[in-house]
Structure formats: structure tokens, C-alpha cells
Design a protein around this ligand. Sequence first.
Ligand code: ARG
Length: 404
Amino acid sequence: MSGARVAVVAYSGGLDTSCIVAWLKEDWYGYDEVVAVLVDVGQEFDLEESITRAEAAGADDVLLVDRKDAFAGEQCARAILTNALYEGKYPLVSALSRPVIAGAVAEIALELGAEAVVHGCTGKGNDQLRFELAFKAHYPGVKVIAPLRDRIWTRDEEIEYAIAKGIPVVQTASAPYSIDENLFGRAIEAGVLEDPWNAPPDEPYALTSEPGTAPPPLEVTVGFECGLPVSIDGEELSLAELITRSNRVAGSYGIGRIDMIENRAVGIKSREVYEAPGAIMLITAHSALEDVVLTKDEARLKRPLEQRWTELVYEGCWHSPAREAIDAFVDSTQQLITGDVRVELRPNAVVVTGRRSPHMIYAAGLASYGTGETFPHEAAEGFIRISSLETELHAARTRTSSRA
Ligand code: ARG
């Protein structure tokens, strides 16, 4: 090795990480070589433009890594199996992609023998945790640099710096949102959204239409195998294709627009707007199929574990034994989650209208109020006599002691 100091940047193509590439070569970091790694997790980006911008910022190399299918097959799949909704609403969009992006960056850094890995997160968010924990899981002991935590730059200062360095700038003051996107959805924050009283304007949405403009209601059948969606209306698709298709069809009904105040790991409450039409449609359908297949106790155990899993992933612990242990439980519950769920798409709503599976534990004969039912009514009396023993003893005890 030449002894050159190398830094590898998790590069998004945007203003922050373009400036970061340039800063790493400034005296205050002083790297000899900077490698920008752009990881494709299904976001929209202009490849040519991103490469040009990184090169203008001084990158010695710009690498594009396609992790879209891996992201679908691993993170998105697990989120569906786990019905992952942070604080009951948010399908973890950004939280899922970070371990993938950071993993790709750290692997390249390890191969190159780089001194440092670099991300563009600030000190206020969740993403710094997700990036850094994943960097360290893939490259133990690596040095991590977070330039936007080392020094607070305003957007205007960054724009000025970029212009001075000859880095092409597209951001303008009229596009003040901070947007993160991937196959599983989009996260939109900042700008007018910082005031929680302000209604979200229509402009930052890209995957969803205003529900008022939705087409007539539409029935869609989602087919599942071992917990994962495999087909839409009988057409088999890869998971990445299926999520893309779901985004398109559910997005036209404005499904999956989520406006929430969320609790960040660092203790800040933040106003977030998401659009994740496919994720909401698929999690709703998956959960409905579980309803007819899982036993009562499996379902009761799974719900709190789902929540714990979601919090772990939200707070950056994708690479953790606890997450893996929950996965093992989830996997054991998914063997029989095969079947179909019919949903009706309506403006702003995905409504489950039917579910069927060869493995249903739902038994019409037991549940029916009609003829042909098989429920052992005579046994109910004994069941209740025994179930009520303690209630009776406690009631008798209370009466005696209140008389005394
Ligand atoms: N608050 C969300 C999360 O922690 C979204 C963060 C994504 N970043 C952004 N620039 N919008 O997952």
C-alpha cells in the first residue's frame, strides 16, 4: 500500500454529501483519496448527474452499487413478515435502507483498506445511529467521520461553498424539504412541515396522489407464500417488482400518506410526512392472512415482539442478536402463512375484504351461528365453572372482609 489516506463516503448525489466529498480533501480533514459510493436501494437518482457532481467535488472514484434486490429480499421482506410499523404508523422506510447502504460502503472501505467511512447525517437524527452501527458491524474498529456533526453548515453556506468549488448545485430555496427515498417509500421533512399546524402541501409527494382524485374503488388479490407476498391478481412477481407495483396501484388512491409526530431515538419529537403506499397495502394484507392462520398464542406473542423489533431497527440495531432472535421467532410463525388476501383500494384506505389459506385455523364449523356448527356447547358450562372459580373466591373474600 502506498500509505495514502483514503476515506469512503456514503454518497447520495445530493448537496450535503457532495460538499462532504470536497471537505474531506480540505486541510481540516486532509484525505489523499476520497471514494464516493452511491448505493441503489430503489430511489430515483440521475446517475450521470450524481457522478459528475461527485467528480466536480473531487472524488477520485465514484462507485455505484446496486442493492435493490438485496434490500427487497432482506430488509423489506423482514419488515412485511414483522408487520413493522413504528409507533403504529411508520413502515421504517429510511431505517431499513441504512444498514444496506452502510454495509456496502463499509465493505468497499474494508477492501480498499480505507482509514475512514463517512456519512452525511447530522447529530439530531436517527440515521447517524443506523449508519454508524452498521459501519461497525461490517468493519469493526473503522473510524467514522460525520462532517455535519463536526460543523453545522446552513444550507446557504453549503450552496455558497459548492458554487465556489465548481460543484453543480440544483437545490434552490424553493425546494426546502429533506427527502429520503427507497423502494419501500419516501420520507419528507423540514420546510413548512416543521410547524405541526401546517397541513402538508401537495408538492413533495411523488408516490401518492391526492386521495380526492382517486379512481373508482379497485379489488386487488395479494398471494402469499410463507409470509411473503408473491403475486398480485395471480401474476407472480419478484418482491422488488411486487413492491413497485403495489406502490403504483395503491399510490393512486393516496394510500400510505402518513403525517405523524414521531419520537426520535435522541429524544426529539419530529414532524414527519411519509408516503409508503405499497408497504401499507402489503403489511395490511399480510397481517390479515396471519389472523386466520396463527394460533391465539402465536398472535399474542408476535404483536409485542413486532413492536420491539421495529424499535430496534428504528434505533439502528439492525445488526443485533436481539433482532435476529426475534426473526427466528417470526420465521417459525410464517411457515403456514400461505394463501390469498383480497383488499379493496379506496381513497386513503386499504380495506381487507377477504382472506383464504389452505392452513386456516379459522374453522367455520366452530365459528358459525348457522346450522352445521360443531362447537361443543355442553362443554362451555364446565369451562366457565372452572374459569370463574377464582372470581367467585375473590368476590366472597371481599364481601366477608367488608362486613368485618
Ligand atoms: N425520521 C425518519 C426516520 O428516522 C426519516 C429520516 C429520513 N431522512 C430524511 N432526510 N427525510 O426514519
